[in-house]
Design a protein around this ligand. Structure first.
Ligand code: HEM
Ligand code: HEM
Length: 203
């Protein structure tokens, strides 16, 4: 990397980093306990689901009223940013974005919504196999419980796909674009294109 072109900057706050790794851990274990459920693990599935809900609410609050860099309104989703991004998405050069690139922003939104729907539907469903039901199942009809169950099942598949794409994007950036996105999510520091001074500065 040419030091005249790239500078090391702190792009992810400690809050976002801790939040991210807690979320990843919770989602993976909740998914595992869901897919391989038994009498002993279903309660853990519930607890993890509630923890994920809490993490989501926290991120929504940050996104709406938190520090500027973490707001959804600061995500680079304008037509200009998307055009520049698409123009260089296939080139073998690091993007050097300060925070998310447009694709990362879309993935953030998609994952938040899918997780919210997953945890939300979970609250209303019952498990015929293990005689347990979500805390809100008592308040809705049988057909609603059934409907929520179908969607809990479907969105679980969608989440698998989204997380798979998430990881594939990291590999693509690492191998093709020669940019390490993973390390910044651990240390907070990232090589950023000099002079790039966009809305996402100083996450
Ligand atoms: C179920 C597991 C996971 C979920 C639900 C998840 C979700 C997310 C979300 C929502 C963000 C956006 C962060 C924000 O701005 O608030 C993000 C960013 C990120 N995640 Fe994950 N993640 C998961 C697993 C992983 C794993 C295993 C890795 C590493 C191999 C990883 C690497 C990253 C990186 C590097 C970013 C920053 C992307 C960028 O530069 O735009 N994630 N993830
Ligand atoms: C984002 C968080 C969650 C994820 C990733 C998740 C994932 C899963 C998965 C993969 C399954 C197996 C689906 C199937 O094979 O049909 C499952 C089943 C289930 N989940 Fe969740 N879940 C989450 C949150 C919750 C919450 C908050 C609750 C309730 C408090 C809940 C209640 C249940 C129940 C009762 C089942 C069993 C359904 C059945 O036996 O048909 N889940 N979940």
């Amino acid at each position: 990397l040419n030091p005249n072109q790239f500078q090391r900057r702190r792009v992810w706050s400690l809050t976002i980093r801790i939040w991210h790794w807690l979320l990843a851990l919770a989602v993976c274990t909740a998914w595992g306990f869901g897919e391989f459920m038994d009498f002993a693990t279903i309660q853990w599935h519930f607890y993890l689901g509630y923890s994920i809900l809490a993490l989501l609410v926290f991120r929504l609050l940050l996104g709406l009223w938190g520090p500027q860099a973490q707001r959804f309104s600061a995500l680079p989703l304008g037509p200009g940013r998307i055009r520049t991004y698409l123009g260089s998405a296939l080139s073998r050069t690091p993007g050097g974005e300060v925070g998310h690139n447009p694709l990362g922003s879309l993935s953030l939104i998609a994952m938040l919504l899918a997780l919210l729907a997953q945890a939300g539907t979970g609250l209303f469903i019952e498990s015929e196999d293990f005689f347990e039901y979500g805390p809100l199942a008592d308040y809705v009809s049988e057909s609603t419980i059934h409907f929520m169950g179908i969607w809990h099942h479907r969105i679980a598949k969608l989440l698998l796909f989204l997380v798979g794409m998430h990881l594939a994007a990291m590999v693509y950036y690492r191998l093709w674009k020669r940019e390490n996105l993973l390390l910044p999510m651990i240390t907070g520091w990232k090589w950023v294109k000099a002079g790039r001074n966009n809305e996402q500065q100083k996450k």
